[in-house]
Design a protein around this ligand. Structure first.
Ligand code: ADP
Ligand code: MG
Length: 249
């Protein structure tokens, strides 16, 4: 469903992606791990065509994003829901307005249907009845769940999560991970999450890809990853900083 071939991206002298190649099948739940600043968010943005690669290509359902015009890109983007890092809610809008934002912007659904879809999405993330609250009234975990409701309101085929548990305490992080697993099953979607949190990666990923020095260093199941004898993988999994290996931790 998602294929990335030799993706390269630099910002000035900073070579962030140095040839990323990966394949994600329909229905898979994949987590990309890697250190902060390692290019995970940049990789996600390439998957939905928000960034253009310097070299290489991204294919969604076999179609290369690089060969598409804006209109075709919009059609492909509709297959995606995305939970942005930090949830990225509009503070001046209510929860219902935030969640229904994309539906309202499209302008082709009557308000009653938008209201119903918003209520459904909020129920799926265990936030029924919070429609009229403002983001500032919500806890960090609740804001993430509003972001999740917004990501799924479009009934996407693929959901991308950028650091879904970063900045949350461990118990709230657990509950968000459980919610992601449940949503993935219930909505029958393909999911790709990026995180530097190994605990979270283990809970939500059927397969874990490790991004290291701009490339996919390893693709493995969580159990394989934890059993790996590869020093780069081991240090990341154990959270040990090693000054001899640049880019770990
Ligand atoms: N728009 C941008 N312009 C210049 N550099 C950027 C931009 N976005 C990200 N970067 C750089 O790219 C690198 C990877 O960023 P990012 O993908 O956000 O890392 P991660 O999500 O893994 O923490 C960082 O060094 C960051 O400073
Ligand atoms: Mg990031």
């Amino acid at each position: 469903m998602i294929e990335v071939r030799n993706l390269e991206k630099s910002f000035g002298p900073n070579r962030v992606l140095a040839g990323v190649t990966l394949r994600i099948e329909r229905g898979e739940s994949v987590v990309v791990i890697g250190r902060s600043g390692g290019g995970k968010s940049i990789l996600l943005k390439h998957l939905i065509g928000l960034l253009t690669p310097d070299a290489g290509e991204v294919l969604i359902d076999g179609q290369s994003l690089g060969r598409m015009n804006e209109r075709q890109l919009l059609v492909v983007r509709r297959k995606f829901g995305m939970l942005f890092q930090g949830a990225a809610l509009f503070d001046s809008l209510t929860v219902a307005e935030n969640v229904g934002f994309v539906l309202r912007r499209e302008g082709d659904l009557p308000q009653a249907q938008i209201t119903r879809r918003v209520a459904e999405a909020l129920e799926m993330v265990d936030l029924a009845g919070t429609q009229d609250k403002k983001p500032a009234e919500l806890s960090g975990g609740m804001r993430k769940r509003v972001g999740l409701a917004r990501a799924i309101i479009y009934r996407p085929q693929i959901v991308l999560y950028d650091e879904p548990t970063t900045g949350l305490d461990p118990i709230v992080a657990d509950s968000i991970d459980q919610l992601i697993v449940r949503l993935t099953e219930r909505l029958d979607v393909t999911s790709v999450a990026v995180t530097h949190d190994m605990r979270s990666a283990r809970r939500i990923g059927q397969r874990i890809l490790m991004l290291h020095e701009g490339r996919i260093h390893t693709s493995a199941t969580p159990d394989e990853l934890f059993a790996s004898t590869d020093p780069v993988v081991q240090r990341f999994v154990n959270g040990v900083a090693d000054p001899r290996i640049p880019g770990v931790n």
